[in-house]
Design a protein around this ligand. Structure first.
Ligand code: HEM
Length: 494
């Protein structure tokens, strides 16, 4: 399927008609209907899409795609009368709004503090960048084949492991060691993976059904309880250790992990009771879930796109060559870059944005309506309605991105003056827009650039012919069959 040039609606096209640079993958509409079940809203302009037996019982709210600002309407509206749907609260009980922290009266204030404080501080990004830089030699051990031969490797796996380590370290101050030689199974990671899978199962079942199964403690709900117990234990122990450390040193340094900084804030006003610990647990879990898979997914799709667009790789290498003076070469020849210098690279930034546009790690936004209201776009919504905005679809619409919307073309992000082109967040919505914008966007870009630059400069990545790459039905846009690639050390003439 591809968006029709005249209407912006999706129409069928043969897979073989795609050009070498255009992207593959199912249509936005097909993917949306698979993901959303009965209740949905879409960003198509006129007639509701044909969803067959999944057709909703009543007309859903629709957002006209020709005006990306419509997303802004929904996002701002969300501040007044919408929120994450109650069902989503139950599915994602670790989020700060969830029932697990509801008894804590001050949590909204703390949520506000969380937004403003350390996550946005440059020290948080620097901590993440330093960790990524230090991890590059581990990537070599995992990716480099013996005797320089190319070997197939499930590229998504190193990305997810790397981003788990690079998220856990700045958030909890603990290196879980996922990238250690041999890719060991880490129980805490296993528990989070299980919990995320079970959350998706809940999403697919009727509300009453999974609540009953939870009450009876059967099947996956029993496993879910075990997963949460393991997660709680690990984070509880970490909180206790950090609390001791903060007490012993009488304060924290600028470069401290986020958990220590929250403890430092809390001890100043709220003490260290159980409720505060619950808040700390839920807040740090929120950050781990929000940061890990999104960045891992972004990297996997980015390298997949690079394998299909060698011209882009050459341009990234040429740009990396311009910062030779601040690069470091390790004893075994691995080149790493200064994160500050990487932050200045326009083409690398553009290539990452382009990849995030085509493959947004969070493929759809889900809002619940709590009060009847007319959206600024004229659409009336009622309590209980759900608004789903497909970010995946928005990134592939001619009406929004032009005729070449399915092409991977980083140049669209660069102005004629060679500087980054301004693109409003209501158009490029991969990090959401409005009051619930991603808090980790800067940190994500620092991590993405550090990994992308290190891998592109040190390795050649080639897709294994015949391996089918498809998005997987999930809360995060993973690859259904993973991404199997051949990897070898890059020989660069100096
Ligand atoms: C490429 C990487 C990332 C992408 C595409 C991304 C995308 C998003 C999106 C779409 C949302 C809105 C979710 C919703 O409200 O339904 C969000 C929220 C959030 N993200 Fe990210 N994210 C990324 C990385 C990170 C990282 C590294 C962190 C921090 C470690 C982070 C922290 C958060 C937090 C705390 C929220 C909740 C904000 C709020 O509700 O106030 N994200 N992100």
């Amino acid at each position: 399927w591809r968006p029709s040039p005249s209407s912006g609606l999706l129409s069928p096209c043969s897979a073989s008609s795609s050009s070498t640079t255009s992207t593959s993958g199912p249509s936005a509409r097909t993917q949306l209907s698979r993901w959303t079940g009965r209740s949905w809203a879409c960003s198509q302009p006129t007639a509701p899409p044909r969803l067959g037996h999944l057709r909703p019982r009543r007309q859903p709210a629709q957002l006209p795609p020709r005006r990306p600002a419509a997303l802004g309407n929904a996002a701002l509206h969300h501040r007044r009368s919408g929120q994450r749907s109650p069902r989503l609260h139950l599915q994602l009980p670790q989020l700060p709004q969830g029932p697990r922290v509801r008894p804590y009266h001050g949590h909204f204030r703390r949520w506000y503090l969380q937004r403003r404080r350390r996550l946005l501080a440059p020290s948080a990004c620097q901590g993440a960048a330093a960790y990524v830089r230090a991890s590059v030699p581990s990537l070599r051990i995992q990716l480099q084949p013996p005797q320089g031969r190319m070997r197939p490797a499930p590229a998504a796996s190193p990305h997810r492991r790397l981003t788990f380590d690079t998220t856990t370290t700045p958030v909890l101050g603990v290196d879980p060691g996922c990238l250690a030689v041999g890719f060991p199974e880490v129980p805490f990671v296993r528990a989070i993976d299980d919990a995320m899978d079970f959350l998706l199962v809940r999403n697919l079942l009727p509300l009453s059904w999974w609540k009953l199964v939870r009450q009876l403690g059967l099947g996956y709900e029993r496993k879910m309880a075990v997963a949460w117990r393991d997660i709680d234990r690990f984070i509880g122990d970490t909180i206790a250790k950090r609390r001791e450390a903060v007490k012993a040193t009488g304060g924290i340094e600028d470069s401290a992990d986020l958990l220590s900084s929250y403890i430092d804030d809390d001890d100043g006003d709220a003490g260290s009771g159980t409720v505060v610990d619950v808040f700390l647990r839920d807040t740090t879990m929120n950050l781990m879930i929000a940061g890990r898979d999104t960045t891992g997914s972004a990297l996997t799709w980015f390298f997949y796109l690079l394998t299909r667009n060698p011209g882009v790789v050459s341009k990234i290498l040429a740009e990396l060559d311009t910062i030779k003076t601040t690069t470091t070469t390790t004893l075994d020849g691995m080149v790493t870059f200064d994160p500050d210098e990487l932050g200045r690279l326009v083409y690398l930034h553009a290539a990452l944005c382009e990849s995030l546009r085509l493959y947004p790690p969070v493929p759809f936004e889900h809002k619940g309506v709590v009060a009847a209201e007319a959206l600024p776009s004229g659409h009336e919504v009622r309590p209980g309605d759900k608004i789903l905005v497909s970010l995946y679809a928005m990134g592939r619409m001619e009406a929004v991105w032009g005729m070449d919307c399915r092409e991977f073309r980083p140049e669209r992000w660069i102005g004629e003056d060679g500087k980054p082109r301004y693109v409003p967040s209501y158009k490029f919505a991969s990090f959401n827009a409005g009051p619930r914008t991603c808090l980790g966007k800067d940190m994500a870009f620092v991590q993405l650039k550090a990994v992308a630059a290190a891998v592109v400069r040190n390795f050649e990545v080639e897709a294994v012919p015949g391996h089918v790459v498809q998005p997987k039905i999930s809360i995060v846009l993973h690859m259904k069959n993973g991404f199997t690639a051949r990897i070898k050390r890059r020989q660069v003439m100096n």
